[in-house]
Structures are given as C-alpha cells and as structure tokens.
Write a protein that binds this ligand. Sequence first.
Ligand code: 9Z3
Length: 311
Amino acid sequence: MTSHWEEFFASTSPPCDLEENKKLLKDFTNYHLHFRRKIVLVTSGGTTVPLEHNTVRFVDNFSAGTRGSASAEHFLEAGYAVIFMFRTKTLEPFVRHFMGQKFLDLLEINRSSDSTMVNVKSENIDNILPVLTQYKAIQERRQLLCLQFTSLPEYMWLLRAACESLSPYGPLAVMYLAAAVSDFYIPTHQMPTHKMQSDSGPPTISLQLVPKMLEPLVSLWIPNAFVVSFKLETDESLLISKARGALAKYKHKLVIANLLQTRKHRVVFVTPEDTQEVVLTEEEIQSGIEIESKIVLLLVAKHDKFIQEAV
Ligand code: 9Z3
C-alpha cells in the first residue's frame, strides 16, 4: 500500500530548480563530509498553499524567519556547516541585521577628478563591519548554503533532497525544522487551472490534510540524524501535550514547543522524559540577547551527547 507521503510526491511535480538545488546540496555536503564536520539543516519561514495552478492567490503560513535565520548564525558560530532552507523574502542570516534600513541610504557617492567611488557612510560602519566580517569568514570557509522555497510542494521536494544528501553524516547531522509548514492544501487534481472568477459567486474551498513528512523523514530518509521539530500553538493548555503527541508518533529526539505570543522569549524543550524551559529575563531582552543563542547552545550540548552515544 502506498502511504500518504508517497502519494503526495507521485501527484505533485517537482519544482523546476530541484536538479540545480540537488547539485548544490551534493557539492556542499560532500565538501564538509570530508572534514567530518557537524552539519545542520535549518528550515525557516512559512510555506504557501496555492489555490490555482496559475497562482494568483494562495494561503500563507505565519513566520517571519527570525527563529531560523538567528539560529543559523548561532550554529555557524558553533562551527557547524549550515544548510539554510528558507522561504523566499523572509529573514536571512547576516542580511537580517539590516532589515528596515534603506540600503541606498547607507551609502554615499564620492567623486574626484579621476574616479567615482561608492562608500559606506562613516556613521554606518560600526554597524556593518562586525556583521560583514563574520559573513566574509563564513563565505571563505564555505560554511553556509542558502536554498529557497515558496510553496508547500517546493518545500517538500527540497526537504527530501536535503535529507538524501545529509544521510551519509549519520549522527553528525541535525535537522532543525523551524519552518511553519502548512497543515492543509488543495491536491493538484482538485485545484483549478485558472484564476477563480468572482462572478461565479463566493468559492467553496475544500482543503485536505498535508501528509506529515516527519514520519518518513525520521523513519526512512535520515534515520540516524538528530531530529528536532518545532511545535507552534496559540493555546498554552495544548502546547506540551501536542509536543508529546508528536514525539510519540514520529519517535524523534526533541520537540521545541512555543506559543505564537511569547515565542521570542520563551520556548520549552520537550522530550518523552522531561520538559525544560528556555527563557530570556527582562534584562536579557533589554540588552538585545536573542533566545536563539540559548536554544542553540543547549542543542549543541545535546547533539554532542547524542554523537557520543551513537559511536
Ligand atoms: C515554529 O514554531 C517557529 O518557532 C516559529 C518562529 C514559526 C513560531 P518566526 O519565524 O517564528 O521567528 O517569526 N515553527 C514550527 C511551526 C510549525 O508549523 N510546526 C508544525 C506544528 O506545530 C510542525 S512541522 O504542527
């Protein structure tokens, strides 16, 4: 019997850039495997679910990409090779520090008789230099690969391809699944080809459940990796029980549970045995500390223990 996730792939065309991304993944993972470096796949941002094949409208999943992009930076700092798989136009490592600033306003033109230079205005140098220095060092070490998705099918195909490339790492690989993935979608054969017309009256849209990819991911695609999924709720009373439910169902290592309203200063690490809160104090928030620095620090310790136990 074919399972729901197999049906999903059988009935959904791969994205047109999949082969190109597979090649980037292969090159990146082969390169770092040679050094036996720890590696992490960070997924970030939300998926869209198209309502028409020629997509004019779609349903979107909430996520700014803060969790993913900030965590990616902290994994890089901890020496990991990082595959950052993110929703187009959400936050990216390093670049995120300059969001909300007008790029052209950071620069100035200096003309002299024999040359024209574009420079960073002196008042911006202190902000840009530390980030740029880190970014250049990461580029030099080829430590970061960024890959983009937008729709749910693009995310699914890319996730499976990433798992294929990462599986030779065994326990050295961490799957850090912070992307907000849609739970509902319209299967290909039920989706209209063209833009829905308003003169046909209000549409009735029937969404189906998305097969949970965590199931084949943990049991088949990358069974020896350290898999960490995120659970997002808005109702505190459901948070821990839903996280425990996911652990029982998919048999992975750890769920990081968070509430939409408090996600920037409180998460809970949930394992089958216990729960552990990670919180920022008021002083830490005021001094600009990000909760992702604490999350990644704790995770790296857990991952190291996991690697030791696996050998
Ligand atoms: C999360 O819970 C992330 O922490 C957030 C981060 C999306 C809340 P931001 O990008 O937000 O910093 O604005 N991600 C997982 C969300 C999710 O869809 N989880 C599924 C679930 O809860 C499991 S795959 O059922």
